[in-house]
Design a protein around this ligand. Structure first.
Ligand SMILES: [Zn+2]
Ligand SMILES: [Zn+2]
Length: 267
């Protein structure tokens, strides 16, 4: 198979996923303590010792908090753009093996093709990723792509383009606009930040993005980064019911806070 994928956890208390190819094991974000990451990996039969690299989308704690504790694994390479690397490094006592890429560039890491692209979010230089592995015409490992897209306030056209050509889309469905409005805990400026152009995609915004692109290549959509208090599985189910019914060749998977997914094989 081209690659296997599982989400170890997603939400405001931490985000991380594992991609496994024949020659690489990489984490997308490391927003849990190293100890917790180790436990999450153990639960899916993996371990930090076997992970080769981490790809960081941006410096927020729910994506990068684990880098500190990963110093116990010095051979682990950490990929990020320069602005993100600088922001994360400012909070570290050690220097990870930074592998700096330019946003928008495409490069190879072992048998993975990696492409980053800019997303609008209130961080230094946040990105989404497209990971591709396999080759056209290869019976056992055909060319397959996965796009990782969380933490963005809106979806500009470049994002539409990136998610079209892939089999798997991981996209955030962060909040239900009505639940966010009704929330009593968050002060008004916080609500403005979350729902703003550089905040997070609501259920409605994520659905509109998927409906606008509606690629026939998609096989699975993961709806992620659900707010614990301003979203719910029921609200997501309701918001996506229509599009789910119209896209018959594609499975939808809602990943709530504290949940780990099973491995999905892109084959
Ligand atoms: Zn986040
Ligand atoms: Zn963020």
């Amino acid at each position: 198979m081209a690659m296997r994928f599982c989400i170890l956890g997603t939400g405001s208390s931490g985000n991380s996923a594992l991609i496994v190819t024949e020659n690489a094991r990489v984490l997308v974000d490391a927003g849990f303590s190293a100890r917790k990451l180790g436990q999450l990996l153990a639960a899916v039969g993996e371990s930090l010792e076997r992970v080769d690299a981490v790809f960081l989308t941006h410096e927020h704690g729910d994506h990068a908090a684990g880098i500190e504790g990963l110093k116990k694994f010095p051979r682990l390479q950490v990929f990020a753009n320069a602005a993100t690397a600088r922001a994360v490094q400012a909070g570290l006592a050690h220097r990870p093996d930074w592998q700096v890429f330019e946003t928008g560039s495409r490069f190879r890491y072992r048998d993975l093709e990696v492409e980053s692209f800019a997303v609008p979010h209130d961080a230094q230089e946040p990105v989404g990723f497209r990971f591709t592995s396999g080759q056209d015409g290869d019976l056992f490992a055909p060319r397959r792509s996965l796009v990782w897209l969380t933490d963005l306030g809106h979806a500009p056209l470049n994002v539409h383009e990136r998610i079209r050509e892939c089999e798997v889309v991981v996209v955030e469905a962060n909040h239900c606009p009505d639940m966010l409005k009704a929330d009593l805990k968050r002060p008004w400026p916080t609500k403005q930040r979350i729902s703003g152009r550089h905040g997070h995609l609501s259920n409605v915004a994520a659905r509109e993005l998927l409906a606008a692109v509606a690629s026939p290549r998609w096989r699975r959509i993961y709806l992620t980064h659900l707010s614990r208090e301003c979203n719910s599985r029921a609200a997501v189910e309701l918001a996506f019911a229509g599009i789910r019914a119209s896209m018959t060749g594609c499975e939808f998977s809602i990943v709530g806070p504290g949940e780990t997914t099973e491995f999905y094989d892109l084959q």
